[in-house]
Design a protein around this ligand. Structure first.
Ligand code: DX5
Ligand code: ZN
Length: 219
């Protein structure tokens, strides 16, 4: 019996009460804090930047799972290491030299993640999967919280699981976007190791209980 990791996305938190919401995650059954960084270029939205990450890091007691939705992420690898990032995820579609970016992330002492947009086939990771600690599979088009889950994700999770098995890699599969109690169990059954949940957690009546319910899902 293995238990899924839960990473609430602070994009859906109340930014006016960020300390309160970070502390809610600290006190919950969640495993990581998921931080979404958007530049308004790679995705059509701007979220928040380093000063806000620094403020979150000041109160967070769980590992920071940072998802960069930005072009040319290499420029900020050291900055995010200095901010206390545990897993730093870059987008496959934003990296011309993905292998080099992964090495640079690891050289800074962080776990290296790669995010795939819904249109990107998992086979593009055939030659790098053994160097990747986590694949963040986008189950919505990145840029906004609160979107509907794309059902094709199930097939992609299975294909990625098979690629990881075939290559003997130790990569975690994270699902990001539209995760709810309706699809969570099926995602874990398909091979997901980490579930990111933004709106479903923060817009629920009792976020801590919602996190606990997601955490109790087992294969
Ligand atoms: C979307 C972000 C997600 C987002 C998920 O671009 O990467 O992490 O916060 O939010 P929900 O769970 O509301 O789809
Ligand atoms: Zn994300």
């Amino acid at each position: 019996m293995s238990s899924v990791k839960i990473a609430p996305s602070l994009l859906a938190a109340d930014f006016g009460n960020m300390q309160r919401d970070v502390e809610m995650v600290n006190d919950s059954a969640a495993d990581w804090h998921h931080l979404d960084i958007m530049d308004g270029v790679f995705v059509p939205n701007i979220s928040y930047g380093m000063p806000v990450v620094k403020a979150i890091a000041k109160y967070a007691t769980k590992p920071l799972d940072v998802h960069l939705m930005i072009i040319d992420p290499d420029r900020y690898i050291k900055t995010f290491a200095d901010l206390g990032t545990h897993v730093l995820t870059v987008h496959y579609e934003a990296c011309t030299h993905l292998h080099r970016s992964l090495q640079a992330i690891k050289a800074e002492g962080m776990k290296a993640g790669v995010a795939l947009n819904p249109h990107t086939n998992v086979n593009v990771l055939e030659d790098t999967i053994k160097d990747i600690d986590l694949v963040c599979m986008m189950s919505v088009n990145p840029g906004f919280g609160g979107q509907s889950f794309i059902e094709n994700t199930f097939e992609k999770v299975k294909a990625l699981k098979e690629l990881i098995r075939r290559k003997g890699a130790n990569t975690l599969i994270e699902i990001d976007g539209g995760v709810t109690s309706k699809n969570a169990k099926a995602l874990v059954d398909a091979g997901a190791d980490v579930l990111v949940a933004g709106s479903f957690v923060f817009k629920s009546e009792d976020p801590k209980r919602t996190i606990k319910e997601l955490k109790e899902i087992t294969v």
